[in-house]
Write a protein that binds this ligand. Structure first.
Ligand SMILES: NC(=O)c1ccc[n+]([C@@H]2O[C@H](COP(=O)([O-])OP(=O)(O)OC[C@H]3O[C@@H](n4cnc5c(N)ncnc54)[C@H](O)[C@@H]3O)[C@@H](O)[C@H]2O)c1
Ligand SMILES: [Zn+2]
Length: 441
């Protein structure tokens, strides 16, 4: 079959080649890094003055520092829109509450209590993209987690002018401050603070490459959640898959932007051909047709594998943001799938449901980073502390081992801090240990 798309039929040799190709790593782009570095430095050095200049240069909006923070009450949108927002909010809040981390403790080998305590962060910043489209769903998929976690101060930033429905969504989701600021400069303001914005402890949310690079550079000064990039989807389809559904899911992600990536893996050549025919048919009627076509041309890959197992193995190598398992036995396939951001099981779970309202956050790792990074989740809004409690009896049981470590590491005061509590002859003991030989002889 000839096609304008990239189609691979995967035999033994191509399989290992494709495995290598699909195993991606994201490197920072040096020019972009330099550009972002200079924006961050301007905000650090000149505060609000830099924010006024950058907002004029990059967003083409003239704002004075007193106009950054929006204080006006939000206007309630039309009933039908309001209902959709509430639907999403209810699902996300419920998911957030159910996934709240719980304090726990166990007794260790010597009978002391050891455990973890989770406290909500005090002040966070949430970036909500707004450059090309007001990502209202992003407001609903980040801020409620902070709110349900018990974070007291939630500062949301989004590029001006703020869409009225987005403003309403930011407020109803629980933002306690909303700033008309976008791009790397908004991230810098959250991290460094300016005359009008107090710095935050952690920065959340997706954004374009400037926003993500700013988070990467500021990591350490503040905490960040993850570095989400352009959207992507992989679909694994078997011979039972509905080509119409599969094509629709692939096109939905292609619609996100020119750098979106889409991947289809199927052991059925027939399904592959049907999906491509469906893509051509469905693309005709999409409003963002030209963008979708450029994604299909430059960032789409259609692979026919020998078996379903091979398809599932390759998809683990790709570690996609979204994975749809359009197969007859999705739960069985799930067991064979390795890392990815979110998995959609069966024929009736469109990725768009997760994008807009299902419950788990749609802020997910991209570019292969799902191999090690999690999508945004409740735990990210907590700071975790370990808690330890010894009784005298527990300490007595283990004190000789503490003394031994103290000796190995040459830290006598450490050893003494245990033995002194047990009234064990301190000096005699230390003298004895120090007189002994080294660990290996
Ligand atoms: N992975 C995820 O979970 C996820 C979820 C939602 C959105 N996203 C991604 O978020 C992104 C949204 O991007 P967007 O552009 O629409 O909005 P955005 O708000 O992220 O970026 C707009 C800002 O970029 C800055 N900017 C634009 N051009 C610049 C330049 N030349 N130099 C410096 N700064 C510049 C401007 O200040 C502007 O305010 C998309 O790439 C989308 O895929 C990812
Ligand atoms: Zn999507």
């Amino acid at each position: 079959m000839t096609s304008r798309y990239r189609i691979l039929s995967c035999d033994r040799e191509e399989f290992s080649q494709l495995r290598r190709e699909l195993h991606r790593r994201a490197f920072p782009n040096p020019e972009l890094a330099e550009r972002v570095r200079s924006i961050l430095e301007r905000v650090r050095a000149k505060g609000d003055t830099a924010l006024v200049e950058l907002t004029r240069e990059l967003d083409r909006v003239a704002l004075s520092p007193s106009e950054f923070c929006r204080k006006d009450p939000p206007k309630r949108p039309a009933a039908a829109i309001h209902k959709a927002l509430c639907w999403s909010l209810a699902n996300v809040r419920r998911f957030a509450r159910a996934s709240r981390p719980k304090d726990w403790r166990i007794r260790n080998r010597e009978g002391a209590w050891v455990g973890e305590r989770f406290l909500p962060l005090e002040r966070v910043g949430v970036y909500v993209p707004g450059g090309t489209a007001p990502l209202i769903s992003t407001a609903l998929m980040t801020i409620p987690f902070a709110r349900e976690a018990g974070v007291r101060e939630i500062a949301a930033v989004t590029p001006p002018p703020i869409d009225p429905v987005l403003y309403y969504a930011l407020r109803s989701a629980g933002a306690t401050e909303v700033y008309s600021l976008g791009g790397a400069q908004a991230v810098a303001a959250l991290a460094y603070g300016t005359e009008t914005i107090r710095p935050v402890d952690k920065i959340f949310g997706p954004g374009n490459s400037y926003v993500v690079e700013a988070k990467r550079q500021l990591f350490g000064l503040v905490a960040v959640d993850l570095l989400p990039g352009p959207s992507e989807v992989a679909v694994v389809a078997d011979e039972h898959a509905q080509a119409r559904f599969v094509a629709a899911d692939l096109l939905a992600q292609a619609e996100h932007g020119p750098s979106s990536r889409i991947l289809l893996l199927t052991p059925s050549r027939k399904v592959l051909e049907e999906v491509i025919a469906q893509i051509e048919e469905q693309t005709e009627t999409l409003p963002r047709r030209s963008m979708v076509e450029s994604v299909l041309r430059d960032h789409a890959l259609f692979v026919s594998t020998r078996t379903l197992e091979e398809a599932l193995e390759l998809v683990g190598e790709f570690a996609p943001e979204h994975l749809s398992l359009a197969v007859r036995r999705p739960h069985e396939a799930l067991r064979q799938v390795r890392h990815c951001g979110a998995i959609y099981l069966g024929s009736y779970s469109p990725v768009a449901a997760g994008d807009f309202l299902a419950g788990p956050s749609h802020t997910l790792p991209t570019g292969g980073s799902a191999r090690a990074f999690d999508g945004l989740r409740m735990e990210h809004f907590f700071q975790r502390t370990s808690v330890l409690e010894y009784s005298k009896a527990a300490l007595a049981r283990v004190e000789p081992q503490i003394a031994r470590f103290a000796q190995i590491e040459g830290l006598a005061a450490h050893g003494r801090s245990a033995s002194v509590r047990l009234d064990r002859g301190i000096r005699a003991k230390e003298a004895g240990l120090l007189a002994e030989k080294g660990p290996f002889g």
